[in-house]
Design a protein around this ligand. Structure first.
Ligand code: SF4
Length: 346
């Protein structure tokens, strides 16, 4: 199959139906042992210092990997991708645009899918057949997600890794399915995480330092049991058709669609605190104002740039945040106990 780079989650079913193997350029960037070298490639080419590290990294990966075709999501993800696409074209790559509809509208989504199928040369309805093949794979990813918050047998990092990888199934969905099934079998024999741990939600784009973030919070008595955007990549609302599936996918649409999903999951998963990750120089950071206004729980806003590790400053802020949640829980418990004690209401 011919490889095609993708700048974020796109309807992979259409790409596979057209004979392309999607490769999520973000995942290639962060899984590299030296991701900063891709950023250096971009800065040497003239990308400004105050451009988001993901955009620069994607550019570096494209040039370094010899990939020829790239599907650039120009609406529903990042406006920087429009100019990234132009530069990739200048460098001789076949960079094509893909735009999600402005709002989650079924009819518009159907038109977008048809346009993409025609552009890539996929036979009509072929994507629906691929959707059926991918569904059991997506179901496994969602099973892992359920084990994370309900049975408490999955780590935050495992949850992050397998859900974020659902954008391209690590380049081979058969292998992804086998590997994930292996992990689920392993989880069946695990002891659950301890009862009193702090339960965290992680919202916002995946972080550049994810590999260190999740184990770090676990070392300090907490665990991420909800990864918002990563879970969306696994398509938790598949609906009745491909168009419905990508209409129910919240990430490309307004923050209010995302918040509905976030609030539902926060309640269901009994979340104690929220980490909102924002990427330096990203427009999505402004959404922090709305998120803080909408969520009635402690929120820690963390920013990352091109450090692919947790620096001392971020570690200290995480520790202080977890400490504050612990104290808050103790205070709530104390007032509750007092209320229930004889004469407590006097
Ligand atoms: S983090 Fe923000 S600026 Fe960077 S690629 Fe994603 S949406 Fe664009």
């Amino acid at each position: 199959m011919k490889r095609i780079g993708i700048t974020t989650t796109v309807p992979a079913e259409v790409l596979l139906a057209a004979g392309y193997q999607p490769l999520d350029l973000n995942n290639i960037l962060v899984s590299s042992p030296v991701p900063t070298r891709f950023i250096t490639i971009a800065e040497r080419a003239g990308f400004p210092l105050n451009c988001c590290a993901w955009i620069k990294g994607i550019y570096g990966v494209c040039l370094d990997s010899g990939i020829e075709d790239v599907l650039c999501v120009t609406s529903g993800d990042c406006s920087n991708t429009i100019m990234l696409m132009e530069v990739l074209k200048l460098k001789g790559l076949n960079a094509m645009p893909f735009a999600y509809p402005e709002c989650p509208d079924l009819r518009q989504m159907q038109q977008v899918l048809e346009k993409l199928s025609a552009a890539l040369g996929a036979a009509p309805d072929a994507a629906d057949t691929v959707r059926e093949k991918l569904q059991p794979v997506r179901d496994l990813a969602l099973k892992l997600d359920e084990l994370t918050w309900r049975q408490n047998t999955v780590s935050g990092w495992e949850n992050h890794f397998w859900l974020v990888s659902a954008s391209d199934f690590n380049g081979d969905y058969h292998q992804y399915r086998r590997d994930l099934q292996g992990l689920l079998d392993l989880c069946a024999g695990r002891q659950p995480h301890p009862e009193g741990e702090i339960r965290l939600a992680y919202i916002g784009v995946p972080s550049v330092y994810a590999r260190e973030l999740y184990p770090y919070v676990e070392k300090h008595g907490a665990r991420v049991v909800f990864n918002e955007v990563q879970r969306q990549f696994a398509m938790p609302a598949p609906g009745e058709s491909l168009a419905a599936q990508y209409t129910g996918y919240t990430y490309p649409y307004s923050i209010h669609e995302r918040l509905q999903d976030i609030k539902t999951e926060i309640q269901k998963r009994r979340i104690d605190g929220v980490i909102h990750y924002v990427q330096a120089f990203c427009h999505r950071g402004i959404g922090d104002i709305i998120i803080r206004d909408a969520i009635d729980l402690p929120v820690l806003t963390l920013e990352g740039n091109a450090d692919f590790f947790l620096n001392g400053h971020v570690k200290t802020r995480l520790e202080a945040f977890l400490d504050m949640i612990q104290r808050r829980q103790k205070m709530i418990k104390k007032s509750y106990d007092k209320l229930l004690s004889p004469g407590g209401r006097d």
